[in-house]
Design a protein around this ligand. Structure first.
Ligand SMILES: Nc1ncnc2c1ncn2[C@@H]1O[C@H](COP(=O)(O)OP(=O)(O)O)[C@@H](O)[C@H]1O
Ligand SMILES: N[C@@H](CCC(=O)OP(=O)(O)O)C(=O)O
Length: 377
């Protein structure tokens, strides 16, 4: 069994996907949004949902849609004009998705993010909680770059990186990048007709850089940003597939394990990768000493950490910071992203969840560290 067959085998099918649809696909030759094509992908995503797959959609297309609404024929060079076009176009883009998902009784939600949201701990945690809540509600988040506040990303037209960061954020198992080519070739097929399609390759392979060349036409990110995206996604253990978005029922066929496009394999085991990712992502800001009961439920039952199980709190941390949890012997038990600041933890340590509001005057979350944000050591 090769990697792809293993990955899509009945028992191991990836359950959470990020699907990225690029500018080169979404626009009708760069002119306007290709609504029939969008309806087709929405149908496929609705079918994935019916099979219990959670889907986060990362969709480009705001600039192109805005250009068409404003009657612009050429993509402007000035950043503020691109930003204005994106602001106009984003409305039509989400409306198109909303209407398309509505046909399947599914709700779509608009999420606009920038890279700073991913490196700022509090924003990271908030974005993650919102996305995970939407997924648990069966809603399809439709993510795009917050083009009003970024410059480089809109200039380079790169939503591939954003899609990879979202893959890390929600710990998706698979990133599917739909594009205008059937997959990644060993050279740019536009300039080299001899180029051959790569079926499967490690995302770490150094050859990929040479093969990817430079940017494509409309989106301008080209294959190199997709290769980098696959490497970023691999940090949290996700495989990536770069594949032709116009292939008939492409998402359904991928789910069936059909060998389409290029599978870029994350070499690390997902659990290991996730552990490293969480631990490496953020600096440790504090230490919580847990009582024996908390240690045992964390280890044996995989539950969230509640305030009642915390005996001591050291360090000066904020909501969203990474803390290390130790037992009373000082041995490390887990690491995780904490929902309350050190100051707050000192007021609620040892207290029941019901009494948090009484002690603080408010309650943000029941858990001190949610199990999704906790990695056992
Ligand atoms: N090795 C390669 N394999 C496939 N496509 C390549 C390769 N190198 C460069 N490209 C170019 O990348 C383009 C896709 O990138 P881009 O236009 O940014 O798409 P998107 O808008 O989907 O992100 C292709 O049309 C192709 O010309
Ligand atoms: N965020 C912008 C541009 C993003 C973009 O084109 O990225 P890509 O599809 O990776 O080439 C938009 O929605 O138009």
């Amino acid at each position: 069994m090769n990697q792809r067959e293993q990955f899509f085998s009945a028992t191991a099918k990836p359950r959470r996907w990020v699907v990225k649809i690029g500018s080169s696909l979404l626009t009708d030759n760069g002119r306007t949004l290709d609504v029939p094509a969008i309806n087709g992908w929405v149908t496929q995503m609705a079918q994935l949902r019916q099979q219990g797959i959670e889907v986060v959609l990362v969709s480009s297309g705001a600039v192109a849609a805005g250009m068409s609404q404003l009657g612009w024929k050429e993509r402007p060079d000035r950043i503020h004009e691109l930003q204005a076009a994106a602001a106009v176009g984003q409305m039509g883009l989400v409306q198109t998705y909303q209407q398309a998902f509505h046909r399947y009784q599914l709700h779509a939600a608009q999420i606009l993010l920038d890279h700073d949201d991913m490196s700022n701990r509090t924003r990271y945690l908030n974005a993650r909680s919102t996305l995970k809540t939407l997924l648990s509600l069966g809603v399809i988040p439709v993510v795009n770059e917050n083009d009003t506040v970024v410059t480089d990303e809109i200039r380079f037209g790169d939503n591939d990186t954003l899609a990879a960061l979202v893959t890390n954020l929600v710990e998706a198992e698979l990133l599917v990048i739909l594009t205008d080519q059937p997959g990644m070739y060993n050279d740019d097929p536009r300039s080299n007709p001899e180029a051959t399609l790569i079926n499967e390759i490690s995302s770490q392979s150094p050859e990929l850089d040479r093969m990817a060349g430079d940017g494509g036409r409309l989106g301008r990110g080209g294959m190199i940003t997709k290769v980098r995206a696959a490497r970023l996604a691999a940090r949290s253990g996700a495989h990536s597939i770069i594949v032709g978005g116009k292939l008939d029922n492409v998402l359904g066929r991928l789910l069936e394990g059909e060998s389409l496009g290029t599978l870029m394999v994350a070499d690390q085991q997902p659990q290991q990768a996730r552990k490293h990712w969480l631990a490496g992502q953020l600096q440790m800001r504090g230490t919580l000493t847990l009582d024996a009961g908390a240690v045992s439920v964390l280890r044996d039952k995989g539950t969230s950490l509640l305030a009642v199980g915390v005996r001591e709190c050291h360090g000066d941390f904020h909501r969203g910071d990474m803390v290390v949890c130790i037992d009373t012997n000082g041995d490390e038990v887990a690491r995780g992203l904490v929902n309350y600041s050190a100051e707050e933890v000192r007021l609620i340590q040892g207290a029941s969840t019901e009494s948090i509001r009484e002690r603080l005057g408010y309650k943000d979350q029941d858990e001190l560290i949610h199990r999704d944000n906790l990695v056992l050591v």
